[in-house]
Design a protein around this ligand. Structure first.
Ligand code: B12
Length: 237
């Protein structure tokens, strides 16, 4: 720890500092991550470059180690919190400078279910990967999902359920979307410990994601596919 204390972030060159920020993010050191963000901005880095090279890349490494069982939930939550702290500094600057848009997600836990740790983790990892996330919280009836997608026009709707008694509610939401003719306007991702791929398919979701890292990978892949088929439909090559 003494060694860690000896590092003066402002004395590192850009490359060393970014490397150190990846380590600090991994270790969930919020203050250090904030300091690193401010130093890079002070050195003239664009907010987008800080986001992608220092934060998103750091979080990508966290995501891989989480997926591989090297990091566990508490560590990932600490890392995600540090990431969020860095994002708080960058978000208003990014809005001003118009960084490329990754995509938007509305996410919430279904009606009757108050479990939110997994959902929060997915939200944080998605934000970490550069997506805008609107988290509508827990215990959501279908009306809440519909109101949120109507208001925010996301690319993705995410639903979480941790109880075998609440997971069937996902079908209620998807069926209502179908009735309203808006199902295909959104990519629907579902998750939660008792779910699996067969369940996701049976309720008409686009994919089941076993964890937050898979959620990010799936979101990236599906948005890219959707953009490709939209451009094909519009005759753009
Ligand atoms: C913590 C916890 C609670 C906490 C919740 C605190 C909170 N703020 O969330 C409290 C104590 C409140 C609680 C209450 C209850 N719980 Co509880 N709870 C758990 C526990 C121990 C851990 C869940 C958790 O947070 N896991 C960690 C996260 C990170 O994992 P995760 O949720 O699976 O999420 C990951 C993936 O699934 C995926 N994911 C999740 N959501 C989404 C969404 C999208 C869109 C995507 C893409 C991916 C994704 O990514 C996440 C991150 O990697 C589980 C046991 C278990 N092993 O699951 C029981 C468990 C889920 N609970 C259970 C029960 C029964 C209850 C209660 C009914 C108990 C009671 N009698 O009161 C109540 C229900 C209250 C309600 N109405 O919801 C049972 C469910 C059994 C079943 N067959 O349905 C479990 C399995 C425990 C057990 N073995 O009996 N619980």
């Amino acid at each position: 720890m003494a060694e860690e204390d000896d590092i003066v972030l402002s004395e590192l060159d850009d490359e060393e500092l970014v490397q150190q920020m990846h380590d600090d993010l991994y270790d969930g050191l919020k203050d250090e991550v904030e300091e690193g963000v401010n130093i890079l901005l002070g050195r003239g880095w664009t907010p987008y470059k800080v986001l992608t090279e220092a934060l998103v890349e750091g979080m990508r490494i966290v995501g891989i180690d989480f997926r591989d069982g090297i990091l566990f939930v508490p560590e990932v939550l600490m890392a995600a919190n540090s990431m969020k702290a860095g994002m708080v500094i960058l978000r208003p600057l990014l809005a001003e400078t118009g960084a490329p848009r990754m995509g938007k997600m509305v996410i919430g836990t279904v009606k009757g279910d108050i479990h939110d740790i997994g959902k929060n983790l997915v939200s944080m990892m998605m934000e970490g990967a550069g997506y805008e996330v609107i988290d509508i919280g827990i215990n959501n009836p279908v009306e809440n999902y519909l109101a949120a997608i109507e208001e925010h026009k996301p690319d993705i709707l995410g639903m979480s359920a941790l109880l075998t008694t609440t997971m069937p509610y996902m079908k209620v939401v998807i069926d209502t979307m179908k009735e309203k003719g808006i199902r295909d306007d959104y990519i629907v991702l579902v998750g939660g410990a008792p779910l699996n791929e067969a369940f996701a398919e049976s309720v008409g979701a686009d994919a089941y994601c076993r964890d937050a890292a898979v959620a990010v990978e799936t979101a990236k892949k599906m948005i890219a596919e959707r953009e490709r088929s939209n451009s094909a439909a519009m005759g753009v090559s």
